[in-house]
Structures are given as structure tokens and as C-alpha cells.
Design a protein around this ligand. Structure first.
Ligand SMILES: Nc1ncnc2c1ncn2[C@@H]1O[C@H](COP(=O)(O)OP(=O)(O)OP(=O)(O)O)[C@@H](O)[C@H]1O
Length: 251
């Protein structure tokens, strides 16, 4: 029998390693809490590859948008789809990592193994995952004894354990020291290079410059700008983005 790889054209083979969940398309996404409209007719389209950095001032709606993308919150109006599928139907091929990881009161290794087991993944990947995030030497240590940076690396290992097509990151390096920040960025960049689509919320403009392929700038629940990173950082189009990058207060 001919192998499927051999029967594919080059273009088909190239498509096969791309993320099958893309594009992400949001149209008219509106979310209200009482009188407050926190996402306001938000439109967004994310293409096939790379790392999208989601920037914007406090309260702009970045975390809520990630939750809508991950199907944790249904908008009051509008739609959010991944390759045409409702966000809530594809959570099994997405991982969401928060600023403060919630770890099980077990060993480092058991935290990862739990995910592999419950998701029916190959448990033989455990040593590779531990090594990949630089925690092999801490495998048997209780997870609660990890430093902040190590705990976040463990959270990333668990997120990667399911072999996600999309990795959503909500300020994963806030409050980490520079070396830990770079360690996390390296792991995320490797995931991106292996075809995982990344959407990354940060307030660290240096990090955004290092990591971004494109930038979505959110302001008052709307997408104010969505542009290639080089264009955005060279000449942000909106006053709000200019103020944000200049460190002026924009609320
Ligand atoms: N459960 C909730 N009930 C009421 N208001 C909420 C709720 N969750 C979020 N909000 C409000 O929605 C707005 C957007 O919140 P969100 O957490 O998405 O902001 P953000 O851009 O991630 O901000 P930050 O940079 O400070 O993390 C904020 O004004 C917040 O107070």
C-alpha cells in the first residue's frame, strides 16, 4: 500500500502540517455584564500560522476574548468559530494557560501524567515533556514546591501534553524574572515552529516585539488594530495604541 505521505502533493503535505483549526473568525462578538459592554461588536480573523500577540490596556477585554476563543464564555451576540466550528466544540485540541497555574497536589511528573492519562494520550511521552520544559530533575518533587517560573513551565508541559493545535496564553510570564520569561518564550517559540497556532496576551512590550508575527490591539472591547508586528511597532495607526506603547495612561 502506498503511504499517505507519498501520495500527497508538496502543497498537500505542507497543508497537512498547518493548524487545521484555522482560520479563527469572530464576527460582531458582544459580551455584556449588566450595563457594561465589555466586548463590543468585536470582529477578528486570525490566519494560518504564527504567534498573535494580543495587546491592550487593563480592562480592554483581552482575557475575555481568550475565554470566548476557548469556548469558556458564549458571547451575547455574534459568533466565534475555528475553521467554521463553534469555539465550544474544539476545546479538546486547544490549551489555555493562565497567569497563575493551578497545579494538582501531586508530583511534577504526576501533574503531566494525569493529563496524558485522562486525555488518552501516549503516556510514554512523559519523559520527553519533562525534559522539554527543563523539569526532568524535578520529576518526583511535589509541584507545590516549584518556583513561579518552574510552575509555569509545568503548566506549559501540561498544555503541550495534549498536542494542541492552538495554544492560548494569558500573561503567562507576568511576575517572572527575566531568565524565566525567556525560558517560557523559548518553549512557546518551539511550539509555534512545530505548527501550533499561538495567541498570547501580554503587557510586556519587549516580549511582544520578540514573539509577535502579528499584533491585535484591543481597546474598549474592540479590535482597534490588527497588523503585522513590524508595521504595528514601527507606526501604530491609532492614538490609543501610540499612547499604550508610549506608556501613557489609556483607559
Ligand atoms: N465576570 C465578570 N463580571 C463583570 N465584569 C467582568 C467580569 N469579567 C471581566 N469583567 C470586566 O470586563 C472587562 C474586561 O476584562 P478582561 O479581564 O478581559 O480585561 P483585560 O484586557 O484582560 O485586562 P487586564 O490587562 O487588566 O488583565 C473589565 O472591565 C472587567 O472588569
Amino acid at each position: 500500500m502506498q503511504s499517505s505521505a507519498k501520495s500527497m502533493s508538496f502543497a498537500e503535505a505542507e497543508r497537512a502540517v498547518q493548524c487545521r483549526l484555522m482560520p479563527f473568525v469572530a464576527g460582531g462578538v458582544t459580551l455584556r455584564f449588566g450595563e457594561d459592554t465589555v466586548l463590543d461588536h468585536l470582529d477578528l480573523r486570525l490566519g494560518q500560522d504564527g504567534c498573535t500577540m494580543l495587546l491592550g490596556p487593563n480592562g480592554a477585554g483581552k482575557s475575555l476574548l481568550l475565554k470566548v476563543m476557548h469556548g469558556l464564555i458564549d458571547p451575547d451576540e455574534g459568533y466565534a468559530t475555528w475553521a467554521g466550528c463553534a469555539a465550544g466544540d474544539v476545546t479538546h485540541v486547544q490549551s489555555l494557560v493562565f497567569q497563575k497555574p493551578t497545579l494538582l497536589r501531586r508530583s511534577v511528573a504526576a501533574n503531566i501524567d494525569f493529563v496524558l492519562k485522562t486525555r488518552g494520550m501516549d503516556r510514554g511521552r512523559l519523559p520527553w515533556l519533562l525534559d522539554h520544559v527543563g523539569l526532568a530533575h524535578k520529576a518526583d518533587q511535589p509541584a507545590r514546591l516549584l518556583s513561579g517560573g518552574e510552575a509555569q513551565r509545568l503548566a506549559l508541559a501540561r498544555a503541550l501534553a495534549i498536542e494542541p493545535e492552538v495554544l492560548l496564553l494569558d500573561e503567562p510570564t507576568a511576575s517572572l524574572d527575566p531568565a524565566s520569561v525567556l525560558a517560557i518564550e523559548r518553549i512557546v517559540a518551539q511550539a509555534r515552529d512545530s505548527g501550533v497556532r499561538i495567541v498570547f496576551v501580554t503587557h510586556d512590550v519587549g516580549q511582544a516585539r520578540r514573539m509577535a508575527d502579528d499584533v491585535v490591539f484591543l481597546f474598549r472591547g474592540r479590535v482597534q488594530e490588527h497588523r503585522p508586528a513590524t508595521d504595528f511597532f514601527r507606526a501604530p495607526a491609532s492614538q490609543a495604541a501610540r499612547d499604550y506603547l508610549d506608556g501613557n495612561i489609556v483607559v
